[in-house]
Design a protein around this ligand. Structure first.
Ligand SMILES: *Cc1c(COP(=O)(O)O)cnc(C)c1O
Length: 355
């Protein structure tokens, strides 16, 4: 069997939820499990995170699957409904929806009175992606408040730079001005705001990435924030070869040996979700020792420098990320973020679950 597999630690997921709790003692948590729980498996993550008061995700079929599996917590659809015909299923399963635009408001005209639909009204405070612009918000809120099928309303916005120097205050000021006096609950904080801005916590927080043990901030790792990475991607060396000076490695011959050296061929490539843009020098662990990748990542394989690891041989364990190799550092080398690597874990990679 190909030696590549991912391990998901349910104990790490639980630990990370407890870290969220410690940061937000007075708020309720919507555990964000979109994108197959950031690659960790929807049902597995939902079970491990069942201490959360609710879940947030995008896909209606996944939300329904959660209900059918017996999860009774709040389930929020983060992009709301896309077509009117989704409404009956949303109501039947008691799902909550984000309402972010006028088209969705019109779809809610079909809502039967007594449907008891819970909505999170999204206000665009500067992200300029989804949400009612400030000028449209009062009308949108009035429309929802007068809709007899709507039972509960929470105000919501999303931060564009909670993980960066610009921060959240510029969006908070606008949110406060609009929400002021409405007397409605609010949901604002993503992981970065959970960690950095207690003033944003309010009624419901919406952490995603931190639940998986990954840092939302560039330049730091989840471990440094007290989190435990839930996913480990590991494989083995399937070949070892000796290169002489001038020999090159892989497609394009991007890496050329400056002296005699040993390289290991790892059973993991971009078709497994490893980033093709990871250049020579991306961290990787072989036989418990940190080393670097060499040359271009190919579809099913990549190469690792075995300098200083004389015990490395065919069958040596390789950690691509997780454990001693922070996914944040692999991502940074490849010009992306941990989020993308976790979500991109390919379906062909077998997943093992452990405590
Ligand atoms: C994905 C998402 C989150 C979670 O963000 P993290 O940075 O992963 O914590 C929160 N809110 C909304 C609306 C999202 O789309």
């Amino acid at each position: 069997m190909r030696p590549l597999f991912a391990t998901i630690s349910t104990a790490a997921l639980k630990h990370n939820l407890s870290v969220v709790r410690r940061h937000v003692p007075r708020s309720r948590t919507l555990a964000v499990i979109k994108a197959n729980a950031y690659g960790h498996g929807l049902m597995r993550a939902a079970s491990a995170l069942s201490g959360a008061e609710g879940y947030a995700l995008l896909e209606l079929d996944a939300a329904v699957a959660l209900r059918e599996a017996g999860f009774g917590q709040r389930i929020l659809l983060l992009e709301g409904l896309f077509e009117p015909r989704e409404l009956p299923e949303i109501v039947r399963h008691g799902l909550a929806i984000v309402v972010h635009g006028r088209d969705q408001l019109r779809m809610l005209d079909e809502l039967p009175p007594g449907a008891a639909l819970e909505v999170f009204v999204k206000i665009n405070t500067g992200m300029n992606r989804l949400g009612f612009p400030p000028a449209q918000f009062p009308d949108a809120l009035r429309s929802l408040q007068s809709n007899p099928g709507v039972s509960r309303i929470t105000l919501m916005t999303h931060f564009a730079s909670a993980d960066e120097a610009r921060g959240v205050q510029w969006q908070m000021d606008l949110f406060e001005r609009l929400a002021n006096g409405a007397g409605l609950p609010a949901s604002l904080a993503n992981s970065a705001a959970v960690l950095r801005y207690p003033g944003t916590h309010r009624d419901w927080v919406r952490p995603g990435i931190m639940l998986y043990g990954c840092s939302p901030f560039t330049g730091s790792t989840g471990v440094e924030l007290g989190l435990r990475p839930a996913m480990t991607l590991e494989s083995r060396l399937i070949a070892v070869r000796d290169l002489g000076r001038g020999d090159t490695v892989g497609y394009g011959g991007l890496f050329a040996a400056e002296r005699d050296m040993r390289v290991g061929v790892v059973a993991c490539g971009y078709a497994d979700g490893y980033p093709r843009h990871a250049p020579t020098g991306t961290p990787v662990e072989v036989e418990g020792r940190m080393t670097r990748t060499l040359g271009r990542v190919s579809m099913d394989m990549l190469c690792a420098d075995l300098a200083g690891i004389p015990e490395a041989r065919v069958g040596s364990r390789v950690v691509l990320w997780g454990g001693g190799v922070p996914v944040e550092q692999v991502a940074e080398a490849a010009g992306t973020v941990g989020y993308e690597l976790l979500c991109a874990l390919a379906p062909r990679v077998p997943v093992r679950e452990r405590e």
